[in-house]
Design a protein around this ligand. Structure first.
Ligand code: ZN
Ligand code: ZN
Length: 252
């Protein structure tokens, strides 16, 4: 009976045709939770913050990071969210199985597009200017540097891949929000130095989940060396698409 009720739960269309104010509330609630989590993680990185602030130009760089977080998450993100809700997301209703498929599909599409766009920032002449600001945080990486990206990078590498993923997957608002939450939270984790060697597992790169998912150590390696680990923040596509690079990021 339990199996039958589980199957029924998965295939029954969701009836969450809630008013737009509710879905906007979901976004605002998530933003609040994300900023609280960011503050908690940042407070555990107080030593790294002190090192950055003690450097020449460190204070203005840290202020620029805070401004970039507010600009991207508060000024640019919500209007783009409104576009996604209004013009991209299907009204459904989708079954829970369809929603799960949509979430997974958005994560895969977003991950693949981010990998190629991010790699292009590093390898295609003329694109580096969009990514330069994020790599000002190379030896001192902080949770707040996760969204410390230029407006162009935020739009082209962060938002548009999610928008394309939601379009391809014919996702509803809940699937799109869920995938966005996963992307935003894991992006914080891969920029949190004390999680190096622990996220997503202590057995980095050797077996599941370390081989499949981007680890904090992978992304910090990218910040330090800029030669590999272009994938972020969920699936590690480099291991399949950029196989000529070794785990250390050096060409074989
Ligand atoms: Zn980064
Ligand atoms: Zn980079």
């Amino acid at each position: 009976m339990e199996i039958l009720s589980t199957i029924s739960f998965l295939v029954r269309p969701t009836t969450l045709n809630l008013p737009p104010t509710f879905t906007h509330g979901l976004l605002l609630g998530f933003l609040a939770i994300k900023f609280i989590l960011l503050l908690i993680l940042e407070s555990y990185c107080a030593n790294e913050v002190r090192v950055l602030l003690g450097r020449k130009g460190g204070k203005s760089l840290y202020l620029a990071a805070i401004w970039a977080n507010l600009r991207n998450d508060v000024l640019i993100g919500p209007p783009m969210y409104h576009v996604v809700v209004t013009y991209i997301c299907t009204q459904g209703p989708l079954t829970r199985a369809e929603q799960a498929r949509s979430v997974m599909g958005i994560l895969v599409v977003e991950g693949l597009l981010f990998f190629w766009i991010h790699r292009a920032f590093h390898k295609v002449r003329g694109l580096w200017w969009m990514h330069r600001f994020h790599h000002k945080f190379n030896d001192v990486v902080l949770p707040s540097s996760a969204n410390a990206v230029s407006t162009a990078e935020f739009v082209f590498a962060y938002m548009i891949p999610i928008l394309i993923g939601a379009t391809i997957m014919n996702a509803d608002i809940y699937s799109t929000l869920c995938a966005t939450y996963i992307i935003q939270i894991t992006n914080l984790f891969i920029h949190t130095p004390f999680l190096e060697g622990h996220w997503p597992s202590s057995k980095q790169n050797k077996s599941f989940p370390g081989w499949v998912f981007v680890g904090t150590s992978d992304h910090l390696h990218h910040h330090r060396h800029m030669t590999a680990h272009y994938s972020a923040p969920v699936f590690h596509f480099d291991r399949v698409l950029d196989g000529s690079k070794t785990e250390s990021g050096k060409q074989k």
